[in-house]
Design a protein around this ligand. Structure first.
Ligand SMILES: Cc1cc2nc3c(=O)[nH]c(=O)nc-3n(C[C@H](O)[C@H](O)[C@H](O)COP(=O)(O)OP(=O)(O)OC[C@H]3O[C@@H](n4cnc5c(N)ncnc54)[C@H](O)[C@@H]3O)c2cc1C
Ligand code: FES
Length: 281
């Protein structure tokens, strides 16, 4: 059992959770993730390690409640326990001094990009961050991202805060201004990552995305997370999750992620129903 040390909502439906996991806290590197099973009978889900404190023996994850497992996890409070935390898994982010590195995060993708933005800064890059949300109340980690950035931009779809528009528009604006950009990391919903790849492709800017296929074991055994990159089959849990954005088959990824939609909806609805019943007892 793994004890939750602290749990705090950063925005509606997005929770920051610190978990006691000393061995993982010592070993983890930017870009890696853990596989979490909330309860004994639950499924395993992958979540990026957003940070760690090796002295304290804790890791931090930032979770968006999407369906049954993430909503159940986000219902936990400090002092509660979760069944399994396995990791660190996945290949660490490739970090070097690229020059000017832009980190683009969409929604909870900002949390997934954060540890890599920190590592890029530590490697001596000039770091620009562009973090997008639908509206002001959904902006997360603004203080943390600003602290790690030489330049930081927030975009909102509805214009309620920062730049009015999408992260792609802000990135295009920076490119059009004549800035030299040597590296782009983009993490967020699949349509966002695909759109960023198309913004940078004509300029041949090295662009990396962190893919989010369905993962089951997280160790390269089940094949569940297979993705097509440069027309080759890769397993995102061991070969990734980061890949060259210009070589990823995003349509294949998007189609495969929809395979279990009916079951996911049923599972989420029955869990919410059980919660309501428990509250009435
Ligand atoms: C390497 C990696 C790192 C991730 N890091 C984060 C993170 O830091 N924070 C965060 O909020 N989310 C993260 N995700 C996404 C997170 O794993 C899914 O939102 C979660 O598994 C959804 O499960 P659910 O039961 O709550 O929702 P469901 O209703 O079961 O599913 C909702 C959607 O989530 C995806 N999904 C479902 N099951 C899985 C699974 N076993 N593996 C991967 N995707 C699944 C599917 O696209 C599905 O349509 C990450 C995904 C990957 C692959
Ligand atoms: S999750 Fe099973 S092979 Fe990657």
């Amino acid at each position: 059992m793994y004890r939750i040390v602290s749990a705090l909502f950063l925005a509606e439906n997005i929770k920051k959770i610190e978990i006691e996991a000393p061995r993982i806290a010592k070993k983890r590197k930017a870009g890696q993730f853990v596989m979490i099973r909330v309860g004994e009978s639950g499924e395993r889900i992958p979540l990026t390690i957003a940070g760690s404190d090796p002295e304290k023996g804790t890791i931090t994850i930032i979770v968006q409640g999407m369906g049954k497992s993430t909503k159940e996890l986000n219902s936990k409070e400090a002092g509660d326990t979760i069944s399994d935390v396995v990791g660190p898994l996945g290949a660490p982010s490739h970090i070097e001094k690229f020059g000017t590195a832009v980190s683009v995060g969409g929604g909870v993708g900002t949390a997934i990009a954060y540890p890599t933005a920190v590592a890029l800064k530590e490697a001596g890059n000039y770091v620009i961050t562009i973090n997008g949300a639908r509206s002001k109340d959904l902006v997360i980690l603004e203080k943390e991202m600003t602290a790690v950035s030489d330049e930081a931009y927030i975009t909102t779809d509805d214009g309620s805060y920062g730049f009015h528009g999408f992260v792609t528009q802000k990135l295009q604006e920076l490119i059009d201004s004549g800035r030299t950009i040597d590296y782009v990391l983009a993490i967020g919903p699949i349509p966002m990552m695909r759109a960023i790849a198309e913004v940078t492709r004509p300029y041949k800017i090295k662009t990396v995305v962190s893919l989010n296929p369905i993962m089951v074991d997280g160790t390269g055994m089940c094949g569940g997370c297979r993705v097509s990159v440069d027309n080759q089959i890769k397993f995102a849990c061991v070969d990734g999750p980061e890949f060259d954005a210009h070589l990823v088959d995003f349509k294949n990824l998007s189609d495969r992620n929809k395979i279990y939609q009916t079951e996911e909806k049923q599972s989420s609805e029955s869990w919410l129903h059980e919660c309501k019943l428990l509250k009435t007892v």
